[in-house]
Design a protein around this ligand. Structure first.
Ligand SMILES: NC(=O)c1ccc[n+]([C@@H]2O[C@H](COP(=O)([O-])OP(=O)(O)OC[C@H]3O[C@@H](n4cnc5c(N)ncnc54)[C@H](OP(=O)(O)O)[C@@H]3O)[C@@H](O)[C@H]2O)c1
Length: 291
């Protein structure tokens, strides 16, 4: 039995689909407010709970052999990025789980002081690596599926908002490739007890993304390049009303102001371990946008 947290999210939903295609039994951890009917139709067991509640995690972990932690934090980094994962790891040990897959983030080890989500991911990585469990820690760069709404807006308007330096490098991973890597991690020997950066096959500049949209839709892009000062201004104003929210914006600023890409040799290593070729951003978008 696989327990998947974040089962209704961009990554988790795809992980559940793949597991069910392989006829694996899956317990999908969802909230009452989550959109989970697809997971149910695919034959997953639905566990309704809240990852902020330790007792829900304890119940969900009973009798599972594999845990895939793929939930997000809704801005509550301490409860969800940190505490929920620590509890999942403790419960994995208590239940004799065979393998734990943790979705971290590229750059978790860079020591960004202003980014609580990165700090929580790093602390969880260290806790998991020291737990004695078999594990795979995946550190993805940006997900291609995040760009689908932006591509749809581009299709209608030709507009693309780019905040920060357009020359910053990025590698965007196909969310379907990432889901396959997650699922294969529990069986592929080369993934056991590894921390793996996961990106797409090409290193892009951020300004390349509207150009890819342009090629796909055959439309000239209108790029609005806003400086990072806009985010700084927002943070200051936001902080007056919501100091917690201001801290969460620190993670967003970190994402916008730094480069997140995988080196060629890291991608070659990933393709070797999992024995398949990663998809380009353009290919992913064309599949989903049917163009
Ligand atoms: N997106 C990226 O570009 C990216 C890049 C690198 C790493 N990551 C990491 O990958 C993981 C998954 O990202 P994603 O983009 O697939 O996530 P997502 O689409 O934002 O989905 C978040 C998931 O977490 C669930 N969740 C949130 N709060 C919960 C709670 N209190 N109890 C139970 N479930 C809760 C959500 O459930 P509901 O459906 O009920 O909201 C949803 O299923 C995250 O850890 C993220 O940090 C993401």
């Amino acid at each position: 039995m696989f327990l998947v947290t974040g089962a209704t999210g961009g990554i988790g939903r795809r992980v559940v689909r793949l597991l069910r295609l392989q006829e694996k039994s899956v317990r999908a951890f969802v909230r009452l407010t989550s959109r989970y009917s697809e997971l149910e139709h695919r034959g997953s067991e639905i566990f309704i709970g809240d990852l902020r509640q330790e007792k829900d995690i304890q119940k969900a972990c009973r009798g599972v052999e594999y845990i895939i932690s793929a939930h997000g934090s809704d801005g509550d980094t301490l409860s969800l990025d940190y505490r929920a994962n620590i509890e999942l790891i403790d419960q994995a040990k208590a239940n004799g789980v065979k393998h734990f897959v943790f979705i971290s983030v590229l750059g978790a080890d860079r020591g960004y002081e202003d980014a609580p989500a990165f700090k929580a991911k790093r602390a969880v990585e260290q806790y998991l690596a020291a737990s004695g469990l078999n594990y795979t820690i995946l550190r993805p760069s940006g997900l291609a599926s995040n760009l689908l709404p932006l591509a749809e807006r581009f299709r209608e308007t030709g507009l693309y908002l780019l905040i920060g330096d357009p020359k910053n490098r990025t590698s965007v991973v196909s969310t379907d490739d990432l889901a396959k890597i997650v699922v294969d991690s529990v069986t592929v020997e080369g993934a056991r007890n590894q921390i793996l950066p996961v990106g797409g096959p090409e290193i892009l500049l951020r300004e390349d993304i509207p150009q890819i949209f342009s090629q796909i839709f055959n439309k000239e892009p209108v790029i609005i390049n806003a400086p990072l000062l806009v985010v700084d201004g927002l943070r200051t104003v936001f902080g007056l009303f919501n100091p917690q929210g201001q801290k969460a914006l620190g993670t967003y600023r970190t994402l916008l102001s730094n480069e997140f890409f995988c080196r060629k040799e890291e991608i070659a290593n990933l393709e070797k371990i999992f024995n398949f070729q990663l998809e380009t951003l353009e290919s992913f978008l064309r599949r989903y946008l049917a163009v």
